[in-house]
Design a protein around this ligand. Structure first.
Ligand code: C2E
Ligand code: MG
Ligand code: MG
Length: 271
């Protein structure tokens, strides 16, 4: 049986999907950049590229809404290639402006990771944009590891051989099998925002975050906390030796011009 609500949802989906099919050619995507900051020095180490869809009629559509649809329809492959090229082009602009050490992090979807020529695409994009290979970080999520682990391990090894680093996004929310950490070349764990949110009030979350940091460090993996919004959260993370952080407390994701302005301001402040 079929309800009006289901009908409306199917309509919305179809409208979104049609819009998504044209969004690339119509140049409706853009990237915002959120700084990743060293917890001790406060230095900006890099930026995560986050896609935005600026639709002429609907305004800004959240990736939470359209990325899953892009994955289902396979549109994530061309969109993902665009994101990679755009982020690398931006990294080159910042390099030329004197920020040669700024790392750029790009989210990879599961579909992209199982794409046969992913390694070639990444290598070609870096070369074309003139970006040093060590400057790119690719963020993967645990959910995509439910697929063929052997093959994914092979792909990640090939990416690492290029000089690219790999981070595990949203850590702790999926099927966090610790064996992944041993079998995959992961450089960085990103502690999910859902654990960070209540670290200063919920003893369970505090314990989980502490344990993740200690475990990662003993495996030689760095840790970044996502969604840091308050001074209290930052103090806790600093006390427990988390390496870096990302969140509204320091800055929201910003359009490239505003990100550059932030870089200039930081540089002036540090003399
Ligand atoms: P993510 O990769 O875990 O990105 C972090 C999300 O948390 C971003 O949401 C960011 O804006 C938000 N955030 C950062 N700091 C704070 C904070 O202090 N408080 C709160 N409440 N939120 C914070 P956004 O930009 O809406 O992206 C959502 C998700 O969409 C991303 O989660 C990622 O999974 C996906 N996504 C975004 N861009 C891309 C892309 O280019 N490719 C792919 N495959 N996925 C993407
Ligand atoms: Mg991410
Ligand atoms: Mg995340």
């Amino acid at each position: 049986f079929y309800t009006a609500e289901m009908n409306a949802r199917a309509d919305r989906r179809l409208t979104l999907e049609t819009g998504l099919r044209h969004a690339l050619e119509r140049n409706e995507f853009l990237l915002h950049y959120q700084p990743q900051v060293d917890i001790v020095s406060g230095e900006i180490l890099g930026a995560e590229a986050l896609i935005r869809w600026q639709h002429p009629d609907w305004g800004l559509v959240s990736p939470v809404e359209f990325i899953p649809l892009a994955e289902e329809t396979g549109l994530i492959l061309p969109i993902g290639e665009w994101v990679l090229a755009e982020a690398c082009t931006q990294a080159r602009v910042w390099r030329d402006a004197g920020y040669a050490d700024l790392r750029i992090a790009v989210n990879l979807s599961g579909r992209q990771l199982s794409q046969k020529n992913l390694v070639e695409i990444v290598a070609a994009t870096l070369t074309r944009c003139g970006v040093a290979r060590g400057m790119l970080e690719l963020e993967i999520t645990e959910s995509l590891l439910m697929q063929d682990l052997e093959r994914i391990a092979g792909t990640l090894e090939a990416l690492v051989a290029l000089g690219v680093t790999v981070s595990m996004d949203d850590f702790g929310t999926g099927y966090s099998s610790l064996s992944y950490l041993k079998r995959l070349p992961i450089d960085v764990l990103k502690i999910d925002q859902s654990f960070v949110r209540d670290i200063s009030s919920d003893p369970d979350d505090a314990a989980i975050v502490q344990a993740i940091i200690a475990m990662a460090h003993s495996l030689g993996i760095k840790v970044i906390a996502e969604g840091v919004e308050t001074m209290e959260q930052l103090a806790f993370l600093r006390l427990h030796r988390c390496d870096s952080m990302q969140g509204y407390y320091f800055s929201q994701p910003l359009p490239p011009e505003q990100f550059a302005e932030l870089l200039r301001r930081k540089q002036r402040a540090s003399g």
